[in-house]
Design a protein around this ligand. Sequence first.
Ligand code: ADP
Ligand code: F6P
Length: 320
Amino acid sequence: MKTIAVLTSGGDAPGMNAAVRGVTRAAIAKGMTVKGVVRGYNGLIEDQIVDLGVRTVSDIIHRGGTILYTARSPLFKTEEGINKAVETCKKHGIEGIVVIGGDGSFRGARDLSLKGIPCIGIPATIDNDISSTEYTIGYDTAMNTAIEMVDRLRDTTQSHDRCSIVEVMGRHAGYLALQTGISCGAVSILVPEIKFDIEKDVIAKIKKIQKTGKQHFIVVVAEGVGGVDKIAEQIEKSTGIESRATILGHVQRGGSPTARDRVMASQMAYKAVDLLEKGIGNRVICLNNGKLIDRDIYEALSIPRSFDEEEYKLATALSI
Ligand code: ADP
Ligand code: F6P
């Protein structure tokens, strides 16, 4: 391939810029021309294409967000939208695309590959909810941000002998909440993957631990469970402990990527370009048993999501 493009799609994640830089430089080093698609699949439909050079991607490895912007594009899911996208690729001589995003973006990449534009997916989402890979770019940074925020909450929670109920992002998945909860010593962690009973798993537990002398508590709740205000009310009413609800929200999506996200983004980008150079498309880069592999997109998308119940048990065992 002589000309490839790169785009970021779906929710942004810290490390996306490092991946854009990696794709651009790896491809230029191999003698290819690189185009950037602005605002995800919308940019392909609306012909928003920019040239990327080695200097265009300078000074971005440490920046959160994405210099290419990102979007959710309902039109791309239609025949009309995808045909326009293919036309734009032809117009600019784009022979392959690296798609940086989540599962939804990979479905788009699969559809484009079927239309004759080979695509490689790089997993990037703070949710770490892509079943085909052990890691998604942005997760480590988001988790560290969440931890820092909960640590701050702990200070004020402790000073007032209160209970803080904190909602952590993750869409339908509880991974970010679980590991944030473990890292912050939460008394209870509520995730959509594990059935719970507020009375038994939160209130009774707080009452029991209170008897051992502990007077402040952190409860971490995944976004997929939600309802933190109501949970705070229930805890306050049943235990008498003043309770406050906090939704961390989009702060978790921003900030400078951690070393792990920068390195992972660079490695995945390098591998993605390597595949396109060989003319291989319709694959996603995945971390598997600690090594980077690539899988067929269709197969990758059909792998069922699993949840580490042992890790959940560990969190429960340590929060006594
Ligand atoms: P993520 O990639 O983070 O999972 P989304 O699910 O919002 O984010 O998907 C990003 C974009 O990918 C969508 O706006 C749409 O353009 C495209 N996409 C999502 N699902 C599909 C699908 N089933 N078929 C084709 N394109 C899709
Ligand atoms: O997928 C990343 C994510 O931040 C989820 O954790 C969250 O549910 C969603 O995106 C929020 O999306 P939006 O930015 O559209 O509010």
